[in-house]
Design a protein around this ligand. Sequence first.
Ligand code: BGC
Length: 292
Amino acid sequence: MRPENQIMTSKIASAQEEQPAPAIGYHPVLAGQAALVTGASSGIGQGVALGLARAGADVVVNYVSDQAGAEAVAQRIEGLGRRALVLRADVSQEDEVETMFARAIAEWGTLHIAVTNAGLQRDAAITDMTLEQWNKVLDVNLTGQFLCHRAAVREFRRRGVDPAVSRAAGKIICMSSVHQRIPWAGHANYAASKGGVMMLMQTLAQEVAPDRIRVNAIAPGAIRTPINRSAWDTPEAYAALMELAPYGRIGEPDDVAQAAVWLASDASDYVTGTTLFVDGGMALYPGFAHGG
Ligand code: BGC
């Protein structure tokens, strides 16, 4: 740590104890819309599922292994007065994705919003990384998004625009990462998958814009979730993390959810093919704040 940052960092480290800010600023801008969120049993997916429900949407809560977590999220959605549907599917499996979309559409008639969030890390130095670790991350983080996008686009095109519901026929929100831009040693599979998500998102946005389907991505930085617990759950780790986050706090799932609600709503109707960084400045080359 640079000496001039020490006082600042000890002040910031205590922020680790702070409770997440309460969800604020939600309006029912998504009323009457049905959303599907993959990987919604925990972490960012859980936060986004709850945020969309706070904004008025009904939500399909997809999970792959944590059924109890998914059911708890569904209960909270119902507590907000919305409908919830818990569906298990491994997003890297074509038949499971197809079945999940078919069941959701059979149940609710259609879907208006798809948040392709499910993702994981299998970290290893390049010479230690197994083909299995490489493939698993690419299969879930990239192929999983493709399979869900394809199913979502088919449904959005089938229904077309319903002006009583939204100006768009459908909205796809891809969960990317700051690592679509920031190289990350020891995480080649993950960074490659997120770089792939960026170009998949942009290409798909170009392809389906004439159908009035909008496709955007969110690139979260460090968000307080289980995937990166070791980066924030001790004061030392939190202080090191703050060296990379100029805004001086970790992100909360609700920070990402607020962005997802905006991208899903007609407030962003002319926005497609873009990535919204929700990262407290992590992608701003914080190392250059002093020096260069
Ligand atoms: C990763 C986290 C990491 C964050 C910032 C995310 O995409 O999943 O583990 O803390 O990027 O590096």
